[in-house]
Design a protein around this ligand. Structure first.
Ligand SMILES: Cc1ncc(COP(=O)(O)O)c(C=O)c1O
Length: 462
C-alpha cells in the first residue's frame, strides 16, 4: 500500500512534519484523490517512504482520526473515513442502483441480469483467449472488430430486417455511446436540436441537453410518435423507439412509419432508431421489423446488448447512413480508441455459434411468463387498469383508472416496500388525467410480480 509521493515534507519549513502530512492528506481528500474508504499505508511504511520517524506519522494519523478524516479500526488499518461525503453524482443515463429495504423493485433499467448466459459467455470468451496467443490484442479498429461487424450485419438483417453491411456498422459502448457520438456528429451537419418522444426516457433527455443539443418533446399516442406534431416543430432530427415505444409500449403504425420516412426525406432530416429491446418480442402477432429498412439513407439504427444480455457489457451497434459515417468515425476518434476487443470477439462468437439465439429463446420465455403474471395480477388486483402494448421487452406500461392519484399510489407502494415509477416520471408535461405505472417485470420471479401488484392493488384502495 503506497501513497503517491507528491507529499512534499520540507524539513526547513516552519510547519512541523506532522502538520505537513496532515495538510497533505486533508487536501487529497478535499480534491477527491483520496476517496472515502481508501486504505492508507501503515505508519511504518509511510514513515519509511518519507524518511521521517514513525512517531511523526502516528501523530498525524491520530490527529486526523480525532478530526474525523480517518478511521483506524483494529485489524483493518487506517482508512479515509467512509462516511465522508462522496464525489459527484452519476450520469443521467445510469439507473439508480439498489435501494435498501425494498422488497420488489419494479423500475425499468437493466436489472435483467437474472438470465445472463454465464456458461455460454465463458465458453465464447475462453475460445477467444485460446486463439489470441500470448501477446494480447493491439488496438481494435475504431468501428469495431470486423468479425463482429460481419456477424452483426447478419444478425440485424435476419432478426430485425436491417439493411446494412459490415462497412456501415460501428460497434459502440451501448446506446449511450451511440447517442453521445450522434450528439457530437449532428451539429457538424447543421443539426443542434433533436426531437424526442414524450413520454420518453428522462435520462436520455438530460443526456442530450448536457451534450449541447436541445431536446424537443413530441407527443406519442397508441400509434407511436405523432409525425404531424414532429413536422410542426421544424427540427431536422428525431430519436424514436418504433418497435416498442419507451415506455408506453406502442408500436409505430405502418402509416406513421411511411409518414416519418417521408418527413425525413422531404426535410433532409435524420431519424435515430433506438431498438433497445429488439429481439425480445413474444407477442402472438409478428414482431415489427426495423424502421431503418424503409430508409437506410435516413435512419441511423442502434441496437444494444443491454436488454438481451446485460447492461454491464456496454455493448451496442450502429448501422449508419453513408453520409454520417465520416462524422461518426471522427467523433469516435475523439471519444476513445474503440471498444474492448475481447468482449467484441466473444460476442461475435456468441452470435456465430447460435448460442445467442438459444439464449434469446429462453429469455423470451421467461419474460413472457412474467408478462402473463403481470396481466393476471392486474386483472385481479387493479380492476379498471390495463396493461398496454404488445407482449415484448422487459417492461410494460399499465394505464390506471382515470380517478387514480398516481403520485399517492407510487408513494403508498414505497411505504409497503414496492418501488415503482409512475407515468409522470417519463412525461415532459404533467398529464394528471392519464395516470399510469411503468413496470419492469421480466427480472422478477412470477410470484414476485403477483405479490407486488397485489400490494399496488391494496394501496390503490386506501
Ligand atoms: C429507451 C432505452 N434505450 C436504450 C437503452 C440502453 O442503453 P445502453 O445500451 O446504453 O445500455 C435503454 C436501457 O435501459 C433504454 O431504456
Amino acid at each position: 500500500m503506497s501513497l503517491h509521493m507528491a507529499v512534499d515534507v520540507a524539513r526547513d519549513s516552519r510547519e512541523s512534519l506532522t502538520a505537513q502530512i496532515q495538510s497533505f492528506i486533508k487536501r487529497e481528500i478535499a480534491e477527491g484523490a483520496l476517496h472515502p474508504g481508501t486504505r492508507l499505508p501503515s505508519s511504518r511504511r509511510l514513515a519509511d517512504d518519507l524518511g521521517v520517524s514513525r512517531s511523526v506519522v502516528v501523530e498525524a494519523y491520530g490527529q486526523l482520526v480525532a478530526e474525523g478524516y480517518l478511521d483506524a479500526a483494529q485489524g483493518s488499518g487506517t482508512r479515509v473515513n467512509g462516511r465522508l461525503p462522496g464525489r459527484p453524482g452519476p450520469s443521467a443515463l445510469l439507473d439508480e442502483g439498489r435501494v435498501p429495504g425494498i422488497r420488489w423493485d419494479l423500475r425499468t433499467g437493466g436489472r435483467n441480469t437474472l438470465a445472463f448466459p454465464r456458461r455460454e459467455w465463458l465458453t465464447c470468451y475462453t475460445r477467444v483467449l485460446e486463439s489470441a496467443g500470448t501477446t494480447g490484442h493491439g488496438y481494435p479498429p475504431l468501428a469495431g472488430e470486423l468479425a463482429l461487424r460481419a456477424e452483426l450485419a447478419q444478425y440485424a438483417g435476419r432478426l430485425r430486417g436491417v439493411r446494412t453491411d459490415a462497412g456501415r456498422l460501428m460497434v459502440v459502448s451501448g446506446f449511450a455511446q451511440a447517442l453521445a457520438l450522434l450528439c457530437a456528429a449532428l451539429p457538424r451537419l447543421g443539426v443542434d436540436v433533436l426531437a424526442v418522444e414524450d413520454p420518453g426516457h428522462p435520462g436520455q433527455r438530460q443526456f442530450i441537453r448536457e451534450a449541447g443539443i436541445a431536446p424537443v418533446p413530441v407527443p406519442v399516442d397508441e400509434e407511436g410518435i405523432n409525425v404531424g406534431a414532429l413536422a410542426a416543430t421544424g427540427v431536422r432530427a428525431v430519436l424514436v423507439t418504433p418497435a416498442h415505444q419507451f415506455p408506453s409500449g406502442a408500436v409505430l403504425s405502418a402509416a406513421r412509419r411511411e409518414a416519418l420516412v417521408e418527413w425525413a426525406r422531404a426535410t433532409d432530416s435524420w431519424v435515430i432508431e433506438d431498438d433497445y429491446d429488439g429481439g425480445l418480442w413474444y407477442d402472438r402477432g409478428a414482431a415489427p421489423i426495423a424502421l431503418q429498412r424503409l430508409a437506410p439513407d435516413r435512419v441511423v439504427y442502434a441496437g444494444t446488448a443491454s436488454k438481451t444480455l446485460a447492461p454491464g457489457l456496454r455493448l451496442g451497434w450502429l448501422a449508419a447512413p453513408e453520409r454520417l459515417l465520416g462524422e461518426l468515425a471522427r467523433a469516435r476518434g475523439r471519444h476513445d480508441l474503440g471498444s474492448d476487443t475481447y468482449t467484441q470477439l466473444a460476442f461475435a462468437e456468441l452470435l456465430r455459434s447460435g448460442l445467442l439465439d438459444r439464449h434469446l429463446r429462453r429469455l423470451r420465455e421467461v419474460a413472457h411468463s412474467r408478462r402473463q403474471a403481470l396481466e393476471e395480477a392486474v386483472v385481479r388486483h387493479l380492476p379498471g387498469a390495463e396493461v398496454l402494448g404488445p407482449a415484448a421487452g422487459l417492461h410494460a406500461s399499465v394505464r390506471l383508472p382515470r380517478h387514480t392519484d398516481e403520485g399517492a399510489l407510487v408513494a403508498g407502494a414505497l411505504l409497503r416496500s414496492v418501488l415503482v415509477r409512475g407515468g409522470a416520471a417519463f412525461t415532459c408535461l404533467p398529464r394528471p388525467d392519464e395516470p399510469a405505472l411503468v413496470i419492469g417485470h421480466a427480472h422478477l420471479p412470477r410470484g414476485g410480480v403477483a405479490e407486488a401488484v397485489q400490494v399496488l392493488g391494496e394501496v390503490s384502495r386506501w
